[in-house]
Write a protein that binds this ligand. Structure first.
Ligand code: APR
Length: 249
């Protein structure tokens, strides 16, 4: 159920930012991290998603990322991703700020996507920076080596303890700080600095709406909580926005 206040903001908003986490891709078949049965309930992030873990056991880390690359290559955007792509065409300024590395927003058609944690389709040599596609790195088993300098190749994703890409972070802070409406979708809001973005939007006066089947540490501070799966709630939100903006036109 969408409130009148949200309907009014959908009607008048010039700038919208959608902040997404693993939950939006759950209905596409991409496992989340901390929900029931999530990845980190079974495996240790420090072993699989840290430089330390990579240095200690690069074979284990590459085996895991090779599996994730194959899973993410096989999945499709779901109605939640597609609704956000449609919403991009409704508002003068619309930005996706994602913690996801699965490329599903781009594949659904969004053109403004700030990737805070990298992208599963990119890889690079840690010594010389040479870039590699998945096809190139998955061609051989084991830890791939750079053909230019022999260095170790790693996935272009952000591991725990690493800095976020500066351009994506700066653009995300600008989008959150200038939004009329900020949507927090499918994220547990426990991983920083990404999880500080809803607060930046709140402090800047945006209406902040959370979409999640479960409550999170953010829920008590948002203006509206739409409880449910993104694949159901987002198409409804799109329909309400399209209707409200049509009335206005
Ligand atoms: N629709 C919307 N939300 C959902 C759905 C769904 N269908 N299914 C699950 N969720 C919610 C869960 O309730 C949970 O709050 O999605 C959230 C997923 O939380 P996490 O698994 O913690 O994922 P995320 O917030 O993206 O994690 C942040 O942590 O491990 C690192 O780098 C990784 O980007 C990731 C970051």
């Amino acid at each position: 159920m969408i409130s009148d206040r949200l309907r009014n903001v959908l009607r008048s908003a010039q700038s919208v930012a959608a902040f997404t986490g693993a939950g939006i891709s759950a209905e596409s078949g991409v496992p989340t991290f901390r929900s029931k049965g999530g990845i980190w309930t079974k495996m240790k992030p420090e072993e699989l998603a840290s430089m330390d873990g990579f240095m200690k056991n690069p074979d284990l880390v590459w085996e895991w990322y090779a599996q994730r690359k194959r899973i993410m290559a096989d999945v499709q955007p779901n109605p939640g991703h597609r609704a956000l792509a449609q919403m991009e065409r409704l508002f003068p300024r619309f930005a996706i700020i994602t913690q996801n590395i699965d490329n599903l927003h781009q594949r659904a058609g969004n053109t403004v996507v700030h990737e805070l944690h990298g992208n599963i389709e990119r890889n690079y040599c840690m010594a010389c920076g040479k870039r590699y596609t998945n096809e190139e790195v998955l061609a051989s088993a084991g830890v791939p080596r750079c053909s230019a300098c022999g260095g170790t190749i790693r996935p272009d994703v952000v591991w725990f303890g690493e800095m976020l890409p500066e351009d994506a972070w700066d653009a995300s802070v600008r989008a959150a700080g200038s939004a009329d409406l900020f949507l927090s979708i499918g994220t547990s809001t426990v991983v920083y600095p990404a999880a500080s973005l809803p607060t930046i939007a709140l402090d800047a006066g945006a209406m902040v709406v959370e979409i999640n089947p479960e409550t999170t540490p953010l829920t008590s501070r948002v203006d509206e909580f739409l409880q449910g799966p993104a694949g159901t709630v987002l198409p409804e939100l799109y329909d309400a926005a399209a209707a409200a903006r049509k009335e206005k036109a």
